[in-house]
Design a protein. Sequence first.
Length: 389
Amino acid sequence: MDLEAFRWLLTDDGQALLAEAEGYADLDPLAAQTRLRRTASAEHAAAALTQVSLRRRAEPKFGDLAARMYFTPDGLEQATRPAVARHRAARLQAFEARSLVDLGCGIGGDLLTAAEVGIVCAGVDLDPVRVAVAEANLAALGLPGAVLVADATEVDTTPFDVAFADPARRSARGRTFSVDDWTPPWSFVEGLLRRDSCVKVAPGIPHDLVPDGVEAEWVSDHGEVKEAALWAGSLATCARRATVIGRGGLATLTEEDDPGATAVGTGPVGAYLYEPDGAVIRAGLVTAVAAGVGGWLPDEHLAYVSSDAAYRSPFARGYRVREELPYREKQLKAALRERGIGRLTIKKRGVDVVPEELRKRLALSGDDEATLVMTRVAGAGTALLVDPL
């Protein structure tokens, strides 16, 4: 995105062109460009149409706010979901943080939510376009804050109560899973974690990479694991935490809720099966879910829990076990047809099954609908017909 074109978009003339472009949102892009070119330059027309397109793409993440905000393609992809960012801001507020510096603020997603709760915020980013977009978003939502172009590794963070960072996890080859390729690098993150700070990281971060004394929190939003956050200094309250955001609000588990695998034990599948939330699995707290439902692990190596009692838990989806079916495909197909099942949801864990391919091979045609769990119990392949609670 061209910086000067974006800045022009914030002027009165630019806002008028943006409003006109929004009226052409459903047109073919070439037709929309042609109409805008009657009164605007190619650069300005492209900037307006880009924002209209990005605002539409942003609606699933930002909801109604998307229509008032500004984006860049990579900034939108990397921005924290508002529900997750608000949870983080609420934690900072609970710790009575008064000021925060965002080291690599992007389009300002985390700045916005921190400012919403009254924290004095400053953001820095190496990209002048992202800085301009973050400034525009603060202004568009009527929130205070300062943003400037700077290298996060050279910023003095001591004047701020909390330092926040969201390292870019992309290299010249695309998305990277190596912390050595992060920007700022992992060595900078390790230094930052020696003070009161929070660092957003990928959910797949290895547990052994988390420094001693730092809390690792995995967060899911309506069933999707969105991120992990490392809380350091006085902000750390435990070692591992799973936070689940759903329709019922927010719930959290820590290692203090976990009696361990020995305490919950293993055993055959009971009357109910529970599938822990992804944040719980990432945090290594599956046995905490088992303890919460009075259950056990059908297989010590897999993230399923079983119990003889029915529970509704924010940390796991529950199923009533209808019956065990043959695991071999030919016998399984016959059993499903005998039960008149034509629509089948297949869930699998720990077995070499591709649900879409298996569903095609089963070629079911009945009138009933069911859920099939393909997994291992005590190391053996098992097929369970279940009903969601």
